[in-house]
Ligand binder design. Sequence first.
Ligand SMILES: [Zn+2]
Length: 340
Amino acid sequence: MNIEEINRQLFDIHKVELHCHLELAFRASTMREWAIEDGMEIGSDEDFEREFLILAPMDDLPTVLNKFLQTRDRLSSLERIERLAFEACEDMYLKSNVRLLELRYAPSFTLEVFPELGAEKLHEAIIKGCKRAEMMYPMAVGLICLLQRIKTNKENMYWCDFAIEHKGEFLAVDLADDEVGYPPEPFAPIFNKAKAAGLGVTIHAGEPYLPQAPQNIVTSIDLLHADRIGHGVQAIHDEKVIQKLVEEKIPLELCPTSNWLTQAVPNLAAHPLKTLMEMGVKTTINSDDPGVMGIDLMDEYHIAHNILGMSIDQMKQCNSWAAEASYIPEEKKRKVWLNK
Ligand SMILES: [Zn+2]
């Protein structure tokens, strides 16, 4: 098969994106425009890359954090937020043929620097952007409310209640940030409440390459009611964890480029996506932070096919599992997603 034919076949797959952070899913040209409007000196591609992009494995956390904060500091108005949401959806459809898209965002992350936006208005602006894309393209979009490990339980409970109040628009809750310094256990009361209210639960767990990472997957399932795991890439180092994921049919939201950039895996060829799938884990393919990492979901399919050696049929299987695992209501799914 020649390259064009492979590209066409990869593009043609109706894709499901389950793990994408809205705040880090900006369109580069738009972010550059905002940075210049805000008085930053961004003359060349190198300037933009230095301030906003992570393109090589991270070894220096402050530099990485600075890029996240630079990005967040541009989200200063409801107009920008609405545009961010619309363009994230539009790019997913146009560039990668995504039909079912779940975007997650942390109200606490943006409101920490721009409290004047207000939680309701921020949420409305995001919904407006997503709805505009849903009207224009054959895609369905759902939102996940992201809670931050670094925040207090009181604050996280507040945002959990916010997600419950907006159930329907929010389909699920998530827990993210530093898994090392903030293990899952103390968050149990929050996720008990979210689960009881009927929200889906996906938890970032088993991401960094550390001895306790596989156990965090188990705790997230047993104690926090996770019905999906964000990343979970370190499951590969613990057979019992793999067995649990297979038996309990818990899908993993894997993100190859992101896992390489954070050094969760030493290189792309070592990513366990294909191995886990062949061991019976419901693996799904996702982009995590496409804006800041300078990728599209299509890049992840190229990696899966060209570097990991996954067949088109295997990737279709991943999408089938992702569609099943998506929190988007069945009726909405059926209108836009075909198993192709
Ligand atoms: Zn993530």
